[in-house]
Design a protein around this ligand. Structure first.
Ligand SMILES: Cc1cc2nc3c(=O)[nH]c(=O)nc-3n(C[C@H](O)[C@H](O)[C@H](O)COP(=O)(O)O)c2cc1C
Length: 236
């Protein structure tokens, strides 16, 4: 009997350790699941509208670069409309888009840094024109990091959303060789102007930002693509 008591204690001790290990491993595997889930999270954007309240002429006349935004969220419909204006598909048979593209090579990929949009968590997303969805790349508010990579421009930190226009130049290079880079910049201008006009038609504020360090932006959004432009968007 005297020999058995310490054995009992030992068994109890080891059982407690095994239970602890089991609980901790469950917590870790739960976290892993969450990370995996977030990586594949896809958000279906509302269908864009093809009619609006403001004429093209009026939007062109009124458009201005605006760098001060109210601290009010954008609706998902507004974000949907802006992304569609930039790169949305308008011909499902030939996959043509709202903005022209040299030889329809479509080098642009849009990253969307969400700061304040209804029903979407803060994070970095990628826009998929083919099915008008957003894919989550990473969680978290990226506005300060983006602004730091863009000479501390305040518009980026206060915008509800920042769209980072990036390009995979090789897509255009295959066809247009050394003209490709020029075409990529021209094409980004087309897409960005669409955003200016669409924003005005929705009574939203936007500014195009070209002053940033490409390498720093690449790090913030974790891409090898070429960052060409940022558009900060918010409520007037
Ligand atoms: C290529 C390009 C780069 C620009 N970069 C910036 C920028 O880094 N920051 C900014 O506040 N505005 C930037 N702008 C916006 C211009 O400052 C703005 O268009 C100009 O002042 C004229 O004003 P408007 O757009 O209201 O007509 C840029 C515009 C272009 C076309």
């Amino acid at each position: 009997m005297k020999i058995q008591r310490p054995k009992k204690k030992l068994i109890l001790f080891f059982s407690a350790i095994i239970i602890c290990i089991f609980i901790v491993s469950q917590i870790f595997s739960d976290n892993k699941m969450k990370k995996a889930d977030t990586y594949i999270e896809t958000i279906k954007l509302p269908d864009p509208l093809t009619t609006g309240k403001m004429s093209v002429e009026q939007a062109l006349y009124q458009r201005r670069s605006i760098r001060n935004f109210k601290n009010i969220s954008l609706t998902l419909q507004e974000l949907s409309q802006i992304l569609w204006a930039a790169q949305g598909i308008t011909d499902k048979t030939l996959n043509f888009r709202t903005a022209p593209s040299a030889g329809a090579t479509y080098p642009l990929d849009l990253f969307v840094a969400v700061g304040n949009v209804d029903s979407i968590k803060q994070g970095l997303y990628k826009y998929n024109p083919s099915n008008h969805t957003l894919t989550l790349i990473m969680f978290g508010d990226k506005r300060i990091e983006l602004a730091n990579a863009a000479l501390g421009q305040k518009a980026i930190t206060t915008a509800a959303v920042n769209i980072i226009f990036t390009a995979i130049v090789e897509r255009t290079e295959k066809r247009y060789k050394e003209r490709a880079l020029q075409y990529v910049y021209i094409e980004t201008g087309h897409a960005a102007q669409n955003v200016y006009i669409q924003a005005e038609a929705l009574n939203l504020a936007t500014v195009a930002i070209g002053a940033f360090y490409e390498d720093k932006i690449k790090k913030v959004i974790n891409t090898a693509a070429l960052p060409v432009y940022i558009m900060s968007i918010g409520k007037k």
